[in-house]
Design a binder for this molecule. Structure first.
Ligand SMILES: O=P(O)(O)O[C@@H]1C[C@H](O)[C@@H](CO)O1
Ligand code: HPA
Length: 330
């Protein structure tokens, strides 16, 4: 059932009023038109070639830093960094807590590249721009992508400061046709219909849990399902209740498109959410979330996240490309 069918179903079942349906159909079509896979292979290649000529680093692991988690990049040794504005094709970061730098370096003997700041759909970037760096990383020879984000908790067992290892995601924008893979498929990157049932690598999730035991932080860690909503507003109480009933453990405004594109091109993915707030689910609760509070919790826990990611990179088998890799095509 596509989004228009879904809206018509709601109308028939008298779940929504006809004016709301017309407006929603209009918005869905409008959003679809603004986010096709509109970049050519050459545009990714140009960025990758530019980076290859400007650095001698040849990264195997890429890390995307979530809100307030940019200091992950500070731990890299032998650093070389580039402002996004200098790299051909890279969009600009516009969100506080996302510095807008690409940092190359070495962590535990492995060559890494770190995005100090990511791109979000709500900033007005098309989804192909939002996920642009992921394909550039693939062209640079990256095999594993680590995604981190700040997220609100819907699960009773997840408190601010906890770390949720992402087991799976719900890509809500994808339900209404906002998917970075929409448009002509670039077969050089991956298949028209990629599977998403293995997108968060099981071996890396197990390894992270083991590392959590060694770091004595198991009390802070659990696995869960992350849901991406479009943002930029935080959830209404009715939306929070809906997400909770759907089995979502943590909600945020990023990550899913990056993981879809990474899985499409055969990258192995590990994801974690730093829980920065409880999502308000009752009308009696006078709490409300704000971005400054999100950044504060992220920064307070960033050393722990840094230790977990560093140990994970140190212990991961770089030659295991995970179940989605159909062989490198470049
Ligand atoms: O980039 P992430 O997903 O970590 O950022 C989250 C979602 C919003 O961009 C912001 C809200 O505070 O943090
Ligand atoms: O509660 C939240 N909702 C959506 N995105 C978020 N990012 C941090 N916290 C949240």
């Amino acid at each position: 059932m596509n989004s228009t069918h879904m809206l018509l179903f709601c109308l028939r079942e008298r779940l929504l009023d006809s004016d709301v349906i017309s407006l929603a159909c209009f918005l869905v079509e409008d959003l679809r038109a603004s986010s096709p896979a509109d970049l050519s292979h050459d545009e990714y290649q140009t960025a990758a070639d530019w980076l290859r000529t400007h650095t001698r680093h040849r990264p195997e692991v890429a890390i995307i830093c979530g809100s307030g988690l940019g200091m992950l990049a500070d731990t890299l040794g032998c650093q070389e960094s580039f402002a996004y504005s200098d790299v051909p094709g890279f969009p600009q970061s516009t969100v506080q807590g996302h510095a807008g730098r690409l940092v190359f370096g070495v962590l535990k003997g492995k060559m890494c590249v770190c995005m100090q700041g990511r791109f979000h759909m709500y900033e007005g970037h098309t989804l192909s721009k939002t996920t642009f760096p992921v394909r550039v990383f693939k062209l640079l020879g990256v095999k594993t992508l680590i995604v981190t984000n700040a997220a609100g908790s819907l699960a009773d067992g997840l408190q601010p400061g906890d770390i949720m290892i992402i087991k799976d995601h719900i890509n809500f924008p994808g339900f209404v046709g906002l998917n970075p893979l929409i448009g002509p498929n670039d077969d050089k990157f991956g298949p028209r219909f990629p599977a998403m049932s293995n997108c968060y690598d099981k071996e890396l999730r197990c390894l992270a849990t083991e590392i959590g035991k060694q770091l004595e932080i198991t009390g802070l860690m659990r696995e869960g399902v992350y849901a991406m909503v479009g943002g930029p507003n935080f959830e209404s109480i009715a939306e929070a209740r809906l997400l909770h009933r759907l089995g979502v453990d943590a909600v945020g405004m990023s990550t899913a498109p990056e993981v879809v594109v990474a899985t499409h091109c055969g990258l192995r993915v590990f994801g974690l959410s730093l829980i920065t707030n409880k999502v308000v689910k009752t009308y009696e609760d006078s709490d409300s979330v704000n971005h400054e509070g999100v950044l504060e919790v992220s920064r307070l826990r960033s050393v722990t996240v840094q230790q977990l990611v560093t140990e994970l990179i140190g212990k991961m088998d770089i030659n295991n490309n995970g179940p989605n890799d159909a062989g490198t095509k470049f």
